[in-house]
Design a protein around this ligand. Sequence first.
Ligand SMILES: Cc1cc2nc3c(=O)[nH]c(=O)nc-3n(C[C@H](O)[C@H](O)[C@H](O)COP(=O)(O)O)c2cc1C
Length: 151
Amino acid sequence: MPTAKVVFATITGNNEDCADIITEALEDLGVEVDETEISQTDAAELKDYDINVIVPYTYDEGALPEEGMDFFDDLAELDLSDKVFGVAGSGDTFYAEYYCLAVDKFSEAMTKAHAIQGAENLKINLAPESQEDLDRLDNFASSLVDKFNAQ
Ligand SMILES: Cc1cc2nc3c(=O)[nH]c(=O)nc-3n(C[C@H](O)[C@H](O)[C@H](O)COP(=O)(O)O)c2cc1C
C-alpha cells in the first residue's frame, strides 16, 4: 500500500478543507495517508512517504505562509528524488497576478529537491465547494497515484 504525507497551511480553513478532500480521495484509492499542519511538520518527514502533497494558502501579494517558512527553507536541503509530489492550494482570484503564488513556489521547491511532479499545480478559488472543485481535487489525487504506480 503506498503512503502519502499531506501538509497544509491555513488561517480560515479553506486549505485545510482542500487537504481533507485530497486525503479522503487518496484513502479511497488505497493510500495510507498522514495529514499534518505545516508548522507541526518537519520537512525531513517527507522522505518517509511515497507521495508528498503540500496545500498552502497565499497571503500579502504572493507571500508564503509565515508559519511555513522553516518548512519551505528546509526543502532546499532535501533530496526527494524517488518521491511523487503535488501542490494544491486555495487563494482568491481577486489578487490577480498573485493568485495562489504559494502553490507555484512550493512546486518549484519540490522540483528543486528532485521530487517527481505527479499532478499539475491545482489552484482553488476560496472554499472548495463547487462540484467542479471537488472533481479537480479528486483528479489531482488520482493523478498522483497513477504516477506512483507508473514508476
Ligand atoms: C490580507 C490577505 C492577503 C491575501 N493575499 C492573497 C494573495 O496574494 N494571493 C491569493 O491568491 N490569495 C490571497 N488572499 C486570499 C487567501 O489566500 C484566501 O482567502 C484563502 O482561501 C485563504 O486560505 P485559508 O482559508 O486556508 O486560510 C489574501 C487574503 C488576505 C486576508
